[in-house]
Design a protein. Structure first.
Ligand code: SAM
Length: 243
């Protein structure tokens, strides 16, 4: 497998700059929410990455394990304090190649949409259901698609312009495959491409995938602080449990 079809592609492309680019995202509200659900049970983070959420969750005495496809991302997790003691399975999160039971499985920061077909996302739900304990929950954090961001299925954003650099974000939207393909391009004397591809799903579509996996929606908020979810919400935190 090559390019976007390779599960390791995103992480291997981003690992060198991932923490620097996302340093302003505070994991504390997510950690508080997830720690409350995990209690004394084992927790599994799909797409654990560099441990942005898993490390502070483990510091709360939650027994966290992880799955990720990118060696480069997981090497960064392992190099951080506490990172080497978090068990991580290298593999595809759609397959959830680990044994449960887990009281909590979670997949944050839109990472479910890194599975680029509806079938792969549905596989992920099915395989999560397989490793959930009887009272276990599956938590996902995703954006609500906003197609008004695109003009004729294109979008150009200018993030940074300085005397000697610029950072542009170029995206194309495919409404049939529900796919957004983006390059974040840094010009600073050289040119650096950071690619991202996502297959978005609507909240109702995710609920149907859950239902087909034997799960049902228990709670949905527009953020980790349990803000109400409504038609103006831009993100959702959804909690699924066994039907
Ligand atoms: C946006 S990062 C999120 C990392 C971490 N969960 C966080 O919130 O900072 C996405 C992660 O998903 C991983 N990933 C992408 N596709 C994957 C797949 N099919 N299976 C496992 N991991 C995958 C990448 O390697 C990367 O670590």
């Amino acid at each position: 497998m090559t390019g976007f079809d390779d599960p390791a592609f995103y992480g291997d492309s981003w690992a060198g700059v991932y923490d620097e680019h996302h340093g302003d995202m505070d994991p504390a509200p997510a950690v508080e929410f997830l720690a409350g659900l995990a209690g004394d049970h084992r927790a599994l983070e799909l797409a654990i990455g560099t441990g942005r959420v898993a490390l502070p969750l483990a510091a709360r005495e939650v027994a966290v394990e992880g799955i990720d496809a990118s060696t480069a991302m997981v090497e960064r997790l392992r190099a951080k304090p506490g990172g080497a003691s978090i068990p991580v399975v290298m593999g595809d999160m759609a397959e959830v190649g680990t044994t449960g039971p887990f009281g909590l499985v979670y997949l944050v920061f839109n990472s479910l949409f890194g599975l680029l077909t509806q079938a792969r996302q549905a596989d992920c739900f099915r395989n999560v259901a397989r490793v959930l304990g009887p009272d276990g929950v599956f938590v996902i954090e995703c954006f609500v698609p906003d197609l008004s961001r695109f003009d004729r299925n294109q979008r150009v954003q200018t993030h940074v312009v300085t005397e000697d650099s610029a950072v542009l974000e170029l995206s194309r939207h495919d409404p049939v495959h529900q796919r957004i393909t983006t390059q974040i391009i840094t010009f600073d004397g050289g040119t650096h491409l950071r690619p991202v591809a996502m297959r978005y799903s609507w909240p109702s579509e995710l609920d149907l995938m859950a239902q087909q996996a034997g799960l049902r929606l228990r709670e949905r908020y527009s953020g980790w602080d349990r803000q109400p979810f409504d038609s103006s919400s831009r993100n959702h935190v959804s909690v699924y449990q066994r039907d």
